[in-house]
Design a protein around this ligand. Structure first.
Ligand code: SF4
Ligand code: SF4
Length: 206
């Protein structure tokens, strides 16, 4: 993957090489799901940021993939982009595997006066909510969580998760507008810094 020259306005060469490598690994390791996430981000980037339309899709693919691996994600950044959540309910109703911390499983079971084994299951690696897709606590009539104030950490920070290196990262889920737009905003910030245009509506980074 060779990075478009405009990124050299923003990054030192060694940082770019590192970012390109990380971007390649994401495509290799995450496969079709990741390609779909990036494709959705490119589509939304062109829609929300007209200067992006002067780049080919292949160039944007590289720019977006690099934006995804450059800089650590954080709760502060996520809160800034919260309005991108479309409240579609996908994360509570379509996810097949919801990993929780063991302390969440204990805390929620205690709070609900239920046996942990009735609500959560350990699959040999992770603790999971039992009965998902949809989640047992998701109300399809109003899209609300029945245990919202006590929900697991995973749900509080979604769509942010932890990657294999133990770093905060946005979960690459094309169905989640919050996740896609966070990546789009990261790409816009880079393009703006590179001098691609001045028409961004992106919330300013603090
Ligand atoms: S616990 Fe609540 S927030 Fe978490 S997936 Fe279930 S319904 Fe959604
Ligand atoms: S966080 Fe994402 S998947 Fe969940 S409701 Fe918001 S946009 Fe939908």
């Amino acid at each position: 993957m060779s990075v478009p020259s405009i990124l050299k306005n923003v990054f030192a060469e060694s940082d770019l090489v590192h970012a390109e490598h990380g971007a390649e690994l994401n495509f290799q390791n995450l496969g079709a799901k990741y390609a779909k996430y990036v494709a959705q981000a490119i589509s939304d980037l062109k829609l929300n940021y007209p200067p992006a339309r002067s780049f080919s899709d292949d160039e944007l693919r590289k720019i977006v993939a690099v934006a995804d691996v450059v800089g650590l994600d954080s709760r502060t950044r996520m809160k800034r982009f919260k309005s991108a959540c479309s409240c579609c309910g996908w994360c509570c109703s379509k996810t097949h595997r919801i990993v929780v911390r063991e302390e969440d499983a204990d805390r929620i079971s205690r709070k609900l006066k239920a046996k942990r084994a009735d609500l959560f299951v350990f699959d040999g690696k992770d603790w999971l909510i039992k009965d998902v897709h949809p989640c047992r606590w998701w109300n399809p009539r109003n899209g609300r969580c029945a245990i919202y104030n006590d929900r697991p950490h995973t749900c509080r920070v979604w769509p942010m998760g932890i990657n294999d290196a133990g770093e905060n990262t946005i979960i690459p889920e094309s169905h989640c507008n919050y996740a896609v737009m966070t990546l789009v905003y990261k790409a816009i910030n880079i393009l703006e810094a590179a001098g691609a245009g001045t028409q961004s509506q992106v919330p300013a980074e603090g």
